[in-house]
Design a binder for this molecule. Structure first.
Ligand code: SF4
Ligand code: SF4
Length: 402
C-alpha cells in the first residue's frame, strides 16, 4: 500500500462524515498557492505569467492558516510557483502540520536539499517532486539542463532523512511511454512512496500551446503507460482515476473537491481555470455556478481536461462511498491496475456523450452526483464496481502545476 493507513483512515472518515451530514459539495484537497514566483520557466506552465509586482508577493503564514481553517479539507497541497522560494515556508508547513493536515509540498527540488533543515520529518508532510520523465525528457520539459540530476539527488537525501517523498509527473503529447516506464523503475528503486501522473491542462497562458493532449490521445497514452504495470510501481492515484485515464469510465469533474486559494483569494471554479475570485470559501461554494463546468457542461475549456485535481476527488468520493468500495480497494491495491476489458479506442465519438447517463464512446457512462451517489446507465455490475472502486491514495498534489 503506497499511502499510510493513518492518512487513508482520516480521508475515509472525513468523506463518511460529509455523507452522513448530507453535504453534497465539500473540499478534499486545498490547493494553497502561497506565491507564483518560480526558479524555472517550464514550457507547459500556466502559473508564472504574472506581472513582476505579483511575482514578488506571497501569502503570509496567517493567511495560509486562515484559508486552511476556513476550508477544512484534510489534505493540503502547496504548489506554486516554487514554494521553497517563500521566506516563511518552514513556518507555514509547521503550522499546517500542527493542524494535522496532510501536507504535500510540491517542488521542482532545485532548493530542496538546501532547505531541508527548515522542516521536520512527519507523517503529515510529504515532498512531492516534479519529475516529467527520465533525464533528457525532464530537462527538456523544464527547459533547463541538469535539473533532473538535482531532483534525483534531493529525492535520495530527503528519503534518507526520513521524509515522505512522492513524485508528480505531467504528461504532454511528446511523452514517450517507454521513457516514462523507465522512470517508474528508477523511482521504484529509489523508494519513493508513490508516483502521481496527470495529463497537462491547456493553460491559455502556457508559452507552448501545441504540447497538450486531446482526450483520446490521453487515453491512448495512459493505456500504454499502465499496460503490464509492474507490482513494484506505486502510484499516488486511486484505481478509479487510473481506469478513468485509460478511458474505462467517463467520470464527471468535481471542481469544488480541490478548491484553490492564492494571492487573489478563492479562485473560481478550479485550480486550472481562472474565472474570478471570492473573498471567502463560503462565497466560492455558494456563488460559483457549478453546472457551467466539467465536461458534461459543454464548456470548451473543460472538453479535454482529465486532470488529477478535477477528477481524483470524484474517484475518492466514490471510493469511500460503500463497503463494496473498500472491498474493491483491496482488490485493486493487491492486483494493480486493470489490464483487461478496456473498451475499444476507435469507437467514434457520439453525440450521446453529453453527461446525462448515456453510453460513452470510451466506456459506460456513470453519472456521478456531486461527490457521492452514483448511478449508471450501463450494466449494474459495472456500476456497482465503479461505486466501489476504492482508493490506493489520495494525493492533492497536481502534476499540472509544479
Ligand atoms: S474539467 Fe478541468 S478545467 Fe473544467 S472545471 Fe474541472 S478541473 Fe477545471
Ligand atoms: S511548472 Fe512548476 S516548476 Fe515549472 S515553472 Fe511552473 S511552477 Fe515552476
Amino acid at each position: 500500500m503506497s499511502v499510510p493507513v493513518r492518512q487513508m483512515w482520516t480521508i475515509a472518515s472525513y468523506v463518511l462524515k460529509q455523507r452522513i451530514l448530507g453535504n453534497k459539495r465539500y473540499p478534499l484537497v486545498l490547493m494553497l498557492e502561497p506565491l507564483f514566483r518560480c526558479n524555472l520557466a517550464c514550457a507547459g506552465c500556466g502559473k508564472i505569467q504574472h506581472p513582476v509586482e505579483i511575482l514578488r508577493k506571497h501569502l503570509s503564514p496567517e493567511e495560509c492558516f486562515a484559508a486552511a481553517d476556513e476550508c477544512g479539507a484534510p489534505v493540503i497541497s502547496i504548489p506554486g510557483g516554487e514554494p521553497l522560494l517563500h521566506p516563511q515556508i518552514g513556518e507555514i508547513v509547521a503550522g499546517l502540520v500542527a493542524r494535522k493536515k496532510f501536507v504535500y509540498l510540491c517542488t521542482n527540488a532545485i532548493l530542496l536539499e538546501k532547505h531541508l533543515p527548515k522542516f521536520k520529518p512527519s507523517p503529515y508532510l510529504t515532498f512531492s517532486i516534479h519529475l516529467d520523465g527520465p533525464q533528457e525528457e525532464h530537462d527538456f520539459a523544464v527547459c533547463r539542463e541538469g535539473v533532473y540530476d538535482v531532483a534525483i539527488s534531493a529525492i535520495k537525501t530527503a528519503i534518507a532523512q526520513g521524509y515522505r517523498v512522492t513524485t508528480n509527473t505531467t504528461v504532454y503529447n511528446n511523452a514517450q511511454p517507454e521513457a516514462l516506464r523507465e522512470m517508474f523503475d528508477t523511482l521504484a528503486d529509489l523508494g519513493v512512496e508513490g508516483m502521481m501522473l496527470s495529463p497537462g491542462y491547456q493553460y491559455e497562458k502556457a508559452p507552448i500551446q501545441t504540447l497538450f493532449l486531446q482526450r483520446q490521445q490521453t487515453v491512448s497514452l495512459f493505456r500504454k503507460l499502465f499496460s503490464n504495470a509492474k507490482k513494484r510501481w506505486k502510484f499516488n492515484l486511486s484505481p478509479l482515476f487510473i481506469e478513468f485515464l485509460q478511458g474505462a469510465w467517463n467520470l464527471e469533474c468535481t471542481p469544488w473537491g480541490s478548491p484553490t486559494y492564492n494571492l487573489f483569494g478563492w479562485q473560481k471554479p478550479c485550480y486550472l481555470m481562472n474565472e474570478g475570485y471570492t473573498k471567502t470559501f463560503k462565497e466560492l461554494m455558494e456563488t460559483t455556478h457549478w453546472p457551467d463546468y466539467g465536461r458534461a457542461s459543454g464548456n470548451p475549456k473543460c472538453a479535454n481536461c482529465m486532470v488529477h485535481c478535477g477528477y481524483e476527488p470524484t474517484a475518492v468520493a466514490q471510493t469511500f462511498g460503500s463497503w463494496n468500495g473498500l472491498y474493491h480497494t483491496a482488490i485493486r491495491t493487491f492486483f494493480g491496475p486493470r489490464q483487461k476489458n478496456l473498451p475499444p479506442l476507435d469507437e467514434p465519438p457520439s453525440s450521446a456523450d453529453s453527461g446525462t447517463g448515456t453510453r460513452h464512446p470510451l466506456g459506460e457512462f456513470v453519472a456521478l452526483s456531486p461527490l457521492g451517489n452514483s448511478s449508471s446507465s450501463g450494466s449494474s455490475s459495472r456500476s456497482s464496481e465503479l461505486a466501489g472502486v476504492a482508493s490506493r491514495q489520495l494525493n492533492g498534489s497536481p502534476a499540472a502545476a509544479s
